[in-house]
Write a protein that binds this ligand. Structure first.
Ligand code: SF4
Ligand code: SF4
Length: 314
């Protein structure tokens, strides 16, 4: 797609579109080709039990709390207009059902035990931050919209992708694929690369791990392959004790090699346990979830299975 396809009026309108994000990271090298700026959209239709970014799951801003930093001053109790905070055994405790994420308690918490995750931003503001690093992107790099789920705020993601393409910046999204086809198609029309997650081939297990079956996800992936022309990278979060068994990885290799013929690489993403401390800061229960960070040998064995299908698995 050529640069400068938008009129000034179209740019003005696209810049106004709002979304909720929780982070922007520059100089990323693992989320698409080249050097990239990642924009993390807040909200996701899945509830993966191993989620590495539980603060990304709901679409609105959310309070995070670190009890190890709390000095028990009680300032947050006074500051909260919803009376959501009480003191328990010298530490503050928040009733999540009452908290609306307004951030007033954060402002008075001197030791920074409280933080609001997520903020509203316009596509224009996000674009300016992405475009500021344009010199580092070269021919391959650019923007990656990730999350959470890139398609959770589709109009925002689409506006940001269009503004970047219009400026000659490469575009990618990372998606769990659980979205209506109409949305997938509209957004990917302005995307050079889609990073598409496959978690589990067995739909019953997929539902057990993520709260939704995989039918819509796999159908969308196949339609992207057959009907659209963006590059496809498949990503597999690899969680020992859950989806990282050889049989599932073999079935993913079979599926991708036979049906996703335009897929240019499969990345197996090893489990890490950062999500556990974040869940604690959100007062969320992991519902008995426990996994181990896999060894290099464990990952190498699974990568060999994928390579056995003739697929590129770095
Ligand atoms: S304001 Fe901060 S340090 Fe003071 S009680 Fe509340 S959370 Fe703890
Ligand atoms: S974020 Fe707002 S509503 Fe929630 S505990 Fe803090 S002050 Fe109360």
């Amino acid at each position: 797609m050529a640069e400068n396809f938008l009129t000034d009026d179209e740019i003005k309108e696209l810049r106004k579109v709002k979304g909720t994000i929780f982070n922007i990271q520059h100089y990323c090298i693992h989320d698409g080709p080249g050097v990239r700026t990642n924009v993390f959209v807040k909200g996701c239709p899945l509830r993966c039990i191993w989620c590495a970014n539980p603060e990304s799951q709901i679409t609105t801003p959310q309070l995070m709390y670190r009890s190890d930093k709390c000095v028990g001053c009680g300032a947050c109790v006074e500051a909260c207009p919803r009376k959501a905070v009480t003191m328990v055994d010298g530490k503050s405790s928040t009733d999540r059902a009452l908290c609306e994420g307004c951030g007033k308690c954060v402002k008075v918490c001197k030791p920074e035990a409280r933080e609001i995750m997520g903020y509203s931003i316009t596509a224009g503001e996000a674009f300016d931050k992405v475009a500021k690093e344009k010199i580092f992107y070269g021919d391959d790099g650019g923007l990656t919209v990730t999350g959470g789920e890139a398609l959770a705020h589709p109009e925002f993601t689409l506006a940001l992708l269009k503004l970047c393409k219009n400026d000659g910046i490469g575009t990618a999204i990372e998606t769990c694929g659980h979205a209506k086809w109409d949305i997938v198609k509209r957004v990917l029309a302005f995307c050079d690369t889609v990073l598409f997650d496959i978690k589990e081939t067995d739909s019953r297990k997929h539902e057990e791990f993520t709260c939704v079956g995989n039918e819509l996800i796999l159908e969308n992936l196949e339609r992207i392959n057959n009907e659209l022309d963006c590059a496809i990278w498949v990503r597999v979060p690899t969680i020992p004790g859950y989806n990282a068994d050889e049989e599932n990885i073999r079935r993913i290799g079979e599926l991708v090699s036979s049906r996703i013929t335009r897929c240019s690489r499969v990345d197996l993403l090893p489990f890490h346990n950062l999500g556990e401390s974040k869940a604690e800061q959100l007062d969320r229960d992991m519902n008995g979830f426990h996994s181990e960070v896999p060894s290099k040998e464990f990952m190498d064995n699974l990568k060999e299975i994928i390579r056995g299908f003739g697929l590129n698995c770095p």
